[in-house]
Write a protein that binds this ligand. Sequence first.
Ligand SMILES: Cc1ncc(COP(=O)(O)O)c(C=O)c1O
Length: 450
Amino acid sequence: MPAIHLVTELPGPKSRALVARREAAMPSGAAKLTGLAIAHAHGATMTDLDGNTVLDFAGGIGMLAVGHTPENVVAALQKQAAELVHMCSIIATHESAVLLAERLNALAPGPAPKRTALMNSGAEALETAVHICRASTKRQGVVVFEGAYHGRTNLTLAMTSKFNLFKKGFGPFAPEVYRLPFPTMYRRPPATTEAEWIDWHCQQLDHSFTAYVDPTHVACVVVEPVQGEGGFLPAPAAWLRKLRALCDQHGMLLVADEVQCGMGRTGKLWACEHAGVVPDVITTAKSLGAGMPISAIVGRADVMDAPHPGGLGGTYSGSPMACVAALAALDIITAPAFLARANELAAMIRARLEALQARFPRLIGDVRGLGPMLAIELVKDPATKEPWLEATQAVNAETLTRGLVTIRAGLYSNCVRLLPPLNLTDAEVSEAMDVLDASVAAVAGRLGAA
Ligand SMILES: Cc1ncc(COP(=O)(O)O)c(C=O)c1O
């Protein structure tokens, strides 16, 4: 039986009515990618108010590696809700937070002893990571990269790259943030090999630490091992290793922002494992909480202990509800069969995307990602690589009409990114890819790119 089951057009009348109330009650600036209103969800499927069941390949923007409402997460939440909903960890300690910190400390790469601070969102984790690195190094500078997305608070907006969508009208932004180029393989100059492009970027790092900021001023270098919002761009392993070496040489701390690419999304628990690079600090969130708002900063104990006692905290940090959900999610994600399945999915989905690119070479400029974290980039012309925003919006709209939720990504908003649960069935993969095929075919036909 297919997973997608549609009884009205999408969005249906009840979704439209609730979204209209949302628009009247909430600010128009609040981001909204679809007109769906959801009643309940399980695994890879969501059912809307009209009774339509759709496949969810947006996963709350990468929040649901374990899928919607896994049984063990729901059971842990129900049990916890009956016992203790909230315990502000500034006031007293609850075992779930300690267990989660112990667990993340043990899972983080590298032999150094670790500490974990718990927060509520990805942006808060990034802000806190920067505070910790500044306290540890007694330096101010923060190095980030083109295409980066780190959140929407003032400091993380300063660290985020794309201006028009995220930053317009919101400045001034926090100072002491230095942005360097990111090695985007697809957009390398013609006649340059991948190896030459990576070499150029490694040399550019040396140059940048003279041209833009002195390394002795830099507290931390913050990098997404695979850029998420930036368009699913894996950082080349050699370049990440060069960053690690420069950090070691100059006493800068390396922060891996794994809010989107971590927790199994790339087929390994941590994306930085692919390059064999051990960061000093890792930020994690999204899939860690299986839908509950929680983030963590996991780092070397000597670095994490730098802030003065009382310097870190928050009313909700380490909430028992979020912590038991995270512990249950980790039970799923750390089971070897889970990552094995994620890698099977990677092979299946990549094969389908490459076949689609072979059918529509004028439209699909690139198929890329790491493991099952995969996207396609849509262009007007594969030779000029001119981004095709309208085609991307059209593909997202087509898949939605047919019952598959997909979202865009990329500096030019011209990538369709896939963030499904990592325990999909073969049948769900085939069904979703069939919808994507049909949607791309429809858009290519309509826009003259077939
Ligand atoms: C890499 C990365 N860092 C930070 C964030 C911010 O997370 P949040 O939306 O939970 O603040 C995101 C969110 O998409 C992200 O992808």
